[in-house]
Design a protein around this ligand. Structure first.
Ligand code: GDP
Ligand code: MG
Length: 167
């Protein structure tokens, strides 16, 4: 099995951390600063039965200038030509305008979308997780929902299996 997977989400949700954890090498630029990842960086995950190319997109944000517009377009293009989209959100922060804007862009997409709820190492109890899921999933636009901790590597294997099943 092989395919292309685009990782989208607002800055700082952990997209680069996730990609690095999946591929097992430091290939994406990581930083606390928003929008450090300027270009779509490709990483390839391979195992006995599959090959998955990951596209890490620059943060989708409201463009403030021409460069911003170009970056947003690059990010939008990145998820129109893939087999699967991972929409990564940060469970330690409230759903914000950045998340809503991306969901608006994704709404009409024919490509299946997996909601990846990251940073669950910061969640205190299960009820909190259910509330987060409810908040994002009220329109039922996601094929699967996978809570993970990209930093701790928690549930990342499960996510890879979900991705492989959906390719
Ligand atoms: P990106 O902008 O979406 O690519 O986000 P990054 O991968 O650069 O991560 C932003 C910040 O969140 C970094 O300081 C990461 O160490 C941190 N981070 C990423 N994943 C996790 C996680 O699962 N748990 C916690 N606690 N922090 C995380
Ligand atoms: Mg990044």
């Amino acid at each position: 099995k092989s395919g292309f997977v685009s990782i989208v989400g607002r800055p700082n949700v952990g997209k680069s951390t996730l990609m690095n954890n999946v591929v097992g090498e430091k290939i994406a630029i990581m930083s606390d600063k928003p929008q450090t990842t300027r270009n779509t960086i490709q990483a390839v995950y391979t195992d006995d039965e599959s090959q998955v190319v990951f596209l890490d997109t620059p943060g989708i944000h409201k463009p403030k200038n021409k460069l911003g517009e170009i970056m947003v377009k690059a990010a939008t293009d990145a998820f129109s030509n893939v087999d699967l989209i991972l929409f990564v959100v940060d469970s330690s922060r409230k759903i914000g305008p950045g998340d809503r804007r991306i969901m608006e862009d994704l709404r009409g997409s024919k490509t299946p979308i997996v909601l990846v709820i990251n940073k669950i190492d910061q969640i205190e109890d299960k009820d909190e997780l259910f509330d987060i899921i409810k908040m994002y999933d009220d329109e039922k636009m996601f094929k699967e929902i996978v809570p993970i901790s990209a930093l701790k590597g928690k549930n990342v294997k499960t996510l890879i299996n979900v991705i492989k099943e959906d390719l």
